[in-house]
Design a protein around this ligand. Structure first.
Ligand code: SAH
Length: 344
């Protein structure tokens, strides 16, 4: 089997050429073709001789992703079904607002967590995405941003399929490439990683001195409610989560964003709001309230509008920043929690 050339670092590529009797800078040229110019074949690498291109062809493959299907929502959101080299499918979304475009990318094929309200959780976790498969999604969405909105992608959120902290190494490698001048050159502060909240990995990120933003899917600040929504909370409870977030804040000085879906009958009581306020007071944070997007499960419903207002009023009265997130792309099942490879 030929090696995937994109799994090689720049140094490894340089070494390869030296070992094969060529100059090391040839490695730089190929690296630029692969990562800056996003070449899909060796034939495109026109500043290399035919002999070099043939030599590469004989040794390597360029595994790349392809947009298999694309759907546009009436609100301009684009959902892409992305086919990987082994024919598995993930989804990536372009979310436009007036002033910016955001890419929502996947980190795993399916998901191993069982959040009861999430459509992706119903899919089996098949495998982790490689760093380049994550990076390529961003490249594709950046192209769509330029085509439809005439400017480059402004933000990236790791809020697609999968749990990014369970594919730590590849997600970090992809982010390095996204922010590198030899990749897309995007600013780290425009990237947000969203997690169910795995304390050990949150501490590791803080130790690794990452520069992007952290969002945590909280959904309840009461252990038994959170465990009923997200079984992972049985193993990683709110206290351990808080401990890791305090560690994160100490090291990075960056506020945490809590994502919080307000569900009817689960977290729509005053005691739920009070618990959230108390939790937020223990850690510099802000709250994004999300309405529940249906996934065809009758067990869950979005809370009444009045409840959301009440959340906003009480959080603001306690000087906690709160945003109510409008659902985007829900007509094409592209909204939060709806990604489940359901494209016609
Ligand atoms: N595994 C990571 C990344 C996925 S992000 C995480 O959980 O954070 C997807 C976001 O959408 C999470 O905040 C998730 O809790 C939320 N979500 C999942 N299902 C949803 C639904 N049906 N409606 C609204 N939000 C949902």
């Amino acid at each position: 089997m030929k090696t995937d050339i994109r799994a090689l670092s720049k140094e490894a590529l340089r070494d390869f050429f030296v070992k094969n009797g060529d100059k090391s800078f040839r490695g730089n040229q190929v690296y630029e073709w692969l990562w800056v110019k996003a070449a899909r074949s060796f034939d495109e690498m026109t500043n290399l001789s035919l002999a070099v291109r043939e030599m590469l062809e004989n040794n390597f493959v360029i595994n790349h992703i392809a947009v298999d299907k694309m759907q546009r929502s009436i609100d301009g959101t684009i959902k892409n079904a992305i086919k990987l080299h082994d024919a598995l499918i993930v989804e990536s979304v372009l979310i436009p607002t007036k002033s910016r475009t955001t890419a929502c990318v996947s980190s795993q094929v399916g998901c191993s967590l069982d959040c009861n309200f999430c459509a992706t959780a119903k899919l089996k976790r098949m495998r982790n995405l490689n760093a380049d498969e994550i990076y390529d999604q961003v490249v594709e969405i950046d192209k769509q941003s330029q085509l439809y909105h005439h400017h480059k992608l402004s933000n990236i959120v790791f809020m697609g399929m999968g749990e990014p902290l369970l594919n730590y190494k590849n997600v970090m490698k992809a982010i390095d490439k996204i922010t590198s001048k030899e990749g897309l050159g995007m600013a780290s502060k425009r990237i947000t990683l969203s997690t169910v909240g795995i304390p050990k990995m949150i501490k590791k990120m803080a130790d690794d001195d990452v520069k992007f933003n952290l969002a945590v899917s909280l959904h309840s600040a009461i252990d038994e409610v959170r465990s009923a929504l997200m079984p992972i909370n049985n193993k990683n409870n709110l206290e351990d989560l808080l401990d890791s977030l305090q560690y994160w804040y100490q090291k990075t000085k960056r506020k945490i964003t809590f994502e919080y879906v307000v569900f009817k009958n689960y977290n729509d009581k005053l005691k739920d709001i009070d618990a959230l306020v108390a939790y937020c007071k223990k850690i510099p944070s802000k709250v994004n309230l999300i309405t529940y997007n249906t996934i065809g499960e009758e067990a869950f419903q979005t809370a009444d509008k009045g409840v959301i207002h009440q959340y906003v009023k009480i959080l603001e009265a306690n000087a906690i920043i709160v945003n109510v997130r409008k659902s985007r792309g829900d007509d094409i099942d592209a909204a939060c929690g709806q990604l489940a490879n359901k494209m016609d």
